[in-house]
Design a binder for this molecule. Structure first.
Ligand code: BG6
Length: 482
């Protein structure tokens, strides 16, 4: 299968915070891969902007090191690397002062799309937005890209939205949730809305429950001080898991169009019931000999959760009575992001073999080994009468799609190209982010008002014991994390 690459319009992309971790790990390598794919026109330029004094050559050097570290060896073609580096420039800039802005203005190309990536602390968003407009560098057609965390509660998210809205229209603001850039996450919409097969069954009448799992094997990996102030709820649930839940639960939008999709997601978030303490379990990983989260976070008294499991109810006609169980955690037994949809029993069984019968289950694997698995019942072979057995209809996207399935663009590549194309479908709208915080805030506040600690779980396990109980008491069980 041949991949279709449609070149984007010429652009200048300015990366604020260009010497930081995100730029080195994701943004520059992602842009290089798009260059390699032939998607960047000749006059697409990338301008790094940061506080450090550096010239263009210094920035190209930094970018080269980033490519060597974060781009697969078989993708590092010397002539392409040279051509990519030639697109790069650098301006030393003082986000809160006047230094560098006139130079940045001079270095921008006329008549191309202008995009500004704010890969900096949210406290600088206002200063940068203001100066971009004040100096006439950004105009009504420019775009700005902002990263998570978008606030740490409803009040801070509202304040950020307000600051950005002073200088830019909502149609110019691209709030990144990198989960939406993952191919398999977008596939959730394709599976639901491009097939007739699933949608008639996609409701509380036929679905018993939904499990959404994002399990990681990594710990907080040197990000302890950030993570300790966030915890799994702010870091994963308010954004990534919420987006997955929305894509599974939303009504069909009238068109695959930014506001149509985001309107439907917003309705799901607004329909979420508050989560009481009995429906949430928090865990913290513990290692041997005093290792573990408390050490990694350098906070021996930390009550921050590195694992959370919740039972969530979407209060609308479609989902009344079908719970969504969400869990995410660090240092777990395996790395697996997946959505499992468990269907109900047939209304009446004509077979006597109740023992062999299992519910149909559709598992969509987001990563790794992206694919789908539909468990169906068939007759057990042999002469022993009508005995039943369950078998998987399993599909791996890599196998089904050949090279294209193994060579999927990274989330950031896709999202940055969407910014240049001016397509906001896979970005969060301001009201969506606020609604997500409005639901998350009471969960966080209720926890902060209490004194207990998260339940300890062993590194390499599948999470705290109480998380198992959350399902068991409803007569259900989690899928195993492998
Ligand atoms: C980030 C979180 O947004 O997503 C991290 O801050 C987490 O804590 C990461 O590890 C997971 O992303 P991915 O793409 O590896 O599933």
């Amino acid at each position: 299968m041949v991949s279709r690459v449609i070149p984007v319009e010429p652009f200048d992309l300015v990366i604020f915070g260009a010497t930081g971790d995100l730029a080195r790990r994701k943004i520059l390598p992602g842009l290089y891969r798009r260059h390699l794919a032939g998607q960047l026109p000749d006059n697409a330029r990338i301008i790094g902007a940061a506080r450090s004094e550096m010239d263009d050559a210094g920035f190209r050097d930094l970018a080269l090191k980033a490519l060597e570290e974060f781009v697969a060896k078989n993708k590092r073609v010397q002539s392409d690397i040279d051509a990519f580096l030639a697109r790069l420039a650098y301006v030393a800039i003082d986000a809160t002062g006047e230094g560098g802005w006139a130079t940045l203005k001079e270095r921008m190309q006329p008549d191309v799309i202008r995009a500004f990536y704010f890969s900096v602390a949210p406290s600088l968003f206002g200063d940068i937005a203001e100066r971009l407009c004040l100096h006439g560098i950004a105009g009504p057609d420019s775009r700005i890209v902002v990263e998570k965390p978008f606030g740490r509660d409803l009040a801070t998210a509202k304040a950020l939205n307000k600051i950005l809205a002073t200088h830019f229209a909502e149609s110019q603001i691209y709030r990144i949730d990198h989960y939406l850039g993952k191919e398999t996450v977008q596939n959730l919409m394709a599976v639901r809305f491009a097939n007739i097969l699933f949608e008639p069954l996609w409701n509380a009448q036929y679905i018993d429950h939904v499990q959404i799992t994002v399990a990681e094997t990594v710990g907080v990996e040197g990000r302890g001080s950030y993570y300790d102030k966030s915890g799994a709820i702010r870091d994963m649930v308010q954004n990534h898991m919420m987006q997955l839940l929305c894509l599974i639960a939303m009504e069909p939008p009238y068109h695959f169009d930014p506001d149509a999709v985001r309107d439907e997601k917003l309705k799901v978030i607004r329909a979420l019931l508050p989560v009481g303490p009995e429906d949430i379990v928090r865990g913290q990983y513990a290692g041997r000999k005093g290792e573990g989260y408390l050490k990694d976070s350098e906070n021996p008294a930390s009550r921050t959760e590195s694992y959370v499991a919740l039972k969530v109810q979407v209060a609308n006609w479609r989902w009344q009575g079908t719970p969504f169980y969400l869990r995410t955690g660090k240092k777990l037994r395996g790395r697996a992001s997946e959505i499992a949809i468990t269907f109900k029993e047939p209304p009446h069984s004509i077979f006597d073999d109740a023992e062999g019968w299992r519910e149909n289950q559709l598992v969509i694997r987001l990563q790794p080994d992206e694919g789908m698995n539909l468990k169906v019942m068939i007759k057990e072979p042999g002469p022993g009468g009508m005995r039943l057995t369950q078998v998987p209809l399993d599909m791996s996207f890599a196998e089904a799609l050949g090279d294209e399935g193994t060579d999927m663009p990274d989330a950031y590549e896709r999202l940055i190209m969407d910014v240049i194309r001016g397509n906001q479908t896979l970005f969060m709208r301001g009201d969506e982010v606020e609604a997500a915080w409005a639901w998350t805030d009471p969960i966080i506040n209720a926890w902060e008002a209490r004194t207990e600690r998260p339940q300890a779980y062993d590194e390499g396990s599948s999470g705290p014991e109480d998380a198992l109980m959350l399902m068991h008491r409803d007569g259900r069980r989690w899928r195993e994390i492998r």
